[in-house]
Ligand binder design. Structure first.
Ligand code: ADP
Ligand code: MG
Length: 566
């Protein structure tokens, strides 16, 4: 199949055209991989598939299914490992460079990034961004790399760490990107007749993550396509192509794809969105161009590319759903230009939770302790502590905390927290008007927030009194306070308070010491929290105990609070 270039203003029907093409190609037995950074296309395709074919569909949405995909993982079978490694390194570096802006990404950053990754790939086919963070910060030792670092100006490593931090320190992201082993491997989904849909909604997971995951999928699809033995047809559908325009792989697919039986169907809005190299490859290599309504300048350029300058006027005035299609000539056929009406999409199955459930069974990874410790979750619970709220009330609250936040972000968060079982939705009858759906805390949340103030430990009543007073004070201060369950592998503090600060989250661990008569225990409580980057507060009942704590810990970094409890 020829590559297809789809272009046109927003709302003219590009995504719908892509959806119809994907469903048809899937029905004809091609392996289709769809990347949708918007979100609607993915759901549309899923609804348009024949119910009987749903078993061959993989529908992956990080908001709905807790999967993981490592953008740095090499395919199991590589044509040439060396080339694959260099491609991986090149693409991920370009992603970061584009994401942070070229002016903030100098040569030493580039060098640390690339050398670091090369060092990791020496021993590992699937290093993660987390590994890179650990290597640069010195937690993973590597002699050669350390020598490299010494040659560079000081402070450069910090710059790299700062740039990696948002991806490896955020629990939601590190779960997706850095879990080992990853639960989704593209090559395992690429089978004849399978339809792999990635819903990477920018509004819900951010443009950066959408772009990072999409880029990884494109690169891995390509690397697998060129290394596989069986050459069945693979078609890669990419909507909003400009988000991935930094990828050299796109140029490779366009120029060499036919050799490896992989085709690209890509859509975007206007020509200026793409860098020159990619645009030229697209104009030169697409065997089919589908032009919906475009602006004057693009119309002239495209008319020239179609070899028919008279058509430019037509391209400006096409109505929604209509397109001018150019098909390249071949030995058997002459070049053609036709104007078409595209078809609306026909839904053949209601979007069923079915597909998502199946994906959960196949790809979900176990919840990790760290994921539970996601402050975003607790902030929502803190908000709902005041009262149960409708979605729009929650949204209003968030707009005060995070001006400019999108509604889809908030609803994705609520959905995630609901899936973890911390909130539930309830229908509440109103005195007047229609019943209202409110989000409220679940039993599990009540327990986590310790609203009943059960005493959890030996030390009993006093412990529990101090905890209650301290939690109330921190909550008044705007902190989201939880009493982490002591079920996991690691020992947890008595209480954790999360507070938003301009550069992320501040985590405060509260340790309640009613007696402090085991110095090694106090020291352990201090260290385990400091290691996690938390501030530590020791809450004690009187000055005598406070003195004991100070004697054990000396002038380390902590606070002791004597709490009146009568
Ligand atoms: N051929 C068509 N007939 C009827 N409605 C269509 C057709 N193509 C698209 N639409 C509708 O027009 C709207 C915009 O289409 P979409 O494919 O999302 O455009 P784009 O991706 O270019 O922004 C959608 O609501 C879609 O359902
Ligand atoms: Mg679209």
């Amino acid at each position: 199949m020829q590559h297809q270039h789809v272009i046109g203003a927003t709302g003219t029907g590009k995504s719908t055209f892509l959806a119809n093409q994907a469903v048809q190609a899937f029905e004809e037995g091609a392996c289709c991989v769809v990347i949708d950074p918007h979100g609607d296309l993915a759901l549309d395709i899923l609804r348009a598939v024949n119910p009987g074919d749903l078993g061959k569909v993989y529908f992956l949405d990080p908001v709905r299914v807790r999967f993981s995909l490592n953008p740095l993982e090499l395919p199991a079978e590589c044509h040439s490992r060396e080339i694959a490694v260099e491609r991986m390194i090149g693409e991920i570096t370009e992603f970061f460079r584009k994401f942070y802006g070229r002016q903030y990404w100098g040569p030493s950053l580039n060098r640390i990034f690339q050398e670091g990754l090369r060092a990791l790939y020496e021993k590992d086919d699937a290093p993660t961004l987390g590994d890179l963070y650990d290597l640069v910060s010195g937690r993973i030792r590597h002699e050669e790399f350390e020598k490299e670092l010494k040659k560079l100006p000081r402070g450069r490593t910090d710059a790299v760490l700062n740039k990696l931090a948002p991806f490896v320190r955020n629990r939601f992201l590190s779960r997706i990107l850095c879990s080992k082993p990853a639960s989704v491997r593209i090559e395992e989904l690429m089978k004849p007749g399978s339809l792999v849909i990635f819903r990477l909604s920018r509004g819900e997971i951010s443009e950066a993550v959408s772009s990072l995951l999409g880029s990884a999928i494109i690169t891995q699809t390509w690397l697998h396509a060129i290394s596989r033995e069986s050459r069945f047809l693979v078609i890669l559908f990419i909507d909003e192509l400009q988000i991935f325009s930094h990828l050299e792989t796109l140029c490779s697919i366009l120029s060499e794809g036919r050799k490896y039986a992989i085709s690209l169907v890509a859509a975007h809005q206007h020509l200026k969105q793409l860098p020159e190299k990619l645009l030229n490859d697209l104009l030169g290599n697409a065997g089919m161009r589908v032009v919906f309504r475009v602006s004057g300048e693009d119309a002239r350029t495209l008319a020239r590319a179609l070899g028919n300058e008279d058509i430019s006027e037509r391209l400006i005035s096409l109505s929604d759903g209509r397109a001018v299609v150019w098909i390249r000539g071949s030995f058997r056929e002459v070049e053609r230009i036709v104007e078409i009406s595209t078809l609306p999409l026909i839904y053949r199955n209601p979007f069923s939770e079915h597909a998502t459930d199946r994906m959960r069974k196949l790809f979900e990874i176990p919840e990790r302790e760290e994921e539970f410790a996601d402050p975003e979750i607790y902030e929502l619970l803190h908000i709902l502590l005041e009262k149960s709220m409708s979605m729009s009330e929650i949204f209003e609250k968030y707009r005060k905390i995070l001006p400019g936040v999108k509604a889809s972000y908030v609803s994705a968060l609520v959905e995630r927290v609901e899936r973890l079982g911390f909130v539930k939705r309830n229908v509440v009858k109103q005195r007047r008007g229609r019943p209202k759906i409110v989000v409220e805390l679940s039993e599990k949340a009540v327990e986590l927030l310790d609203l009943r103030h059960t005493s959890r430990r030996a030390g009993g009543e006093l412990h529990s009194k101090l905890a209650k007073i301290c939690a109330e004070r921190l909550r008044k201060d705007g902190c989201a306070v939880i009493f982490p369950p002591q079920a996991g592998r690691e020992e947890q503090p008595d209480m954790i308070a999360y507070k938003r600060s301009p550069d992320g989250w501040e985590e405060i661990a509260v340790e309640i010491e009613t007696r402090a008569d085991h110095p090694e225990q106090v020291m352990r409580n201090y260290k385990k929290n400091i290691r996690k980057g938390r501030k530590v507060i020791f809450v004690v009942p009187d000055e005598r105990i406070a003195e004991r704590v100070r004697k054990i810990l000396g002038d380390r970094d902590y606070t002791v609070e004597v709490t009146e409890y009568f």
